[in-house]
Design a protein around this ligand. Sequence first.
Ligand code: DHB
Ligand code: FE
Length: 266
Amino acid sequence: KVPPRLRKVLDSLIQHLHDFARENEITVDEWMAAVELLNECGRMSDDKRNEGQLLCDVLGLESLVDEITYKMVTEANDLPTATAILGPFWRKDAPKRQMGDSIVMNKIEDGDHTFMYGQVTDYTTGEPIEGAELDVWHTAPNGLYEQQDPDQPDMNLRGRFTTGKDGKFWFYCLRPTSYPIPFDGPAGRMIQLMDRHPYRPAHIHFIIKAPGYKPLVTQIFDRRDKYVTNDSVFAVKDSLIVDFLPRNGDPKAEFELPYDFKLASF
Ligand code: DHB
Ligand code: FE
């Protein structure tokens, strides 16, 4: 028995694909080029490379479904923290770390060390959330995530932190860098065909999970980055743009970044 939602979505998909082909008079050769492109995405992908997702992202699809999903969970006025796309570089089982630890595992001379801190709260009551897990990841100053770069230690610039009673978190990371999405594959060719640049504004990713609350998948973006208004995968939302502040008297960090996360319960 086909679930009704699946039946509806599949019927609609077929209808739109057929309309698309008719409207554009797609030929056999053109369709075969598209099939080859999809196959190539599959061949390139493994647990370190997610070309299918990258392709969706340059087409704006992940950002669109993120927006649709977020609209469905939010009511007016006092909103939970906005969501943003997961992107292709999350890894499961990032190391669990203690509050105050650094996610920077290698010696970085050219990076801007940053102390990030804040609180996880319930967006309706404002109460702190205990036992919230923050899963965080970002790129190295060379613009590469750890799994793209053989010179970085495994799980570098990733970590999971769990809040105590007061819902607070604090850790060291880097002020991230803007960088091009990988464009040595079909997604990159697509971007070039459309005459677009491949850059993403500097960002830090988060997944925040707490018992009884909807998981929050999001990113925060550095306001100084020139790509903040021109993200190649359309993920920026105003409320996710942050200011890195100068930090005084801390030999471990030149910048600090306060940011709070507000979760919605189920
Ligand atoms: C994409 C997302 C990212 O967070 C990133 O670092 C690179 C690419 C993407 O959506 O394709
Ligand atoms: Fe990213």
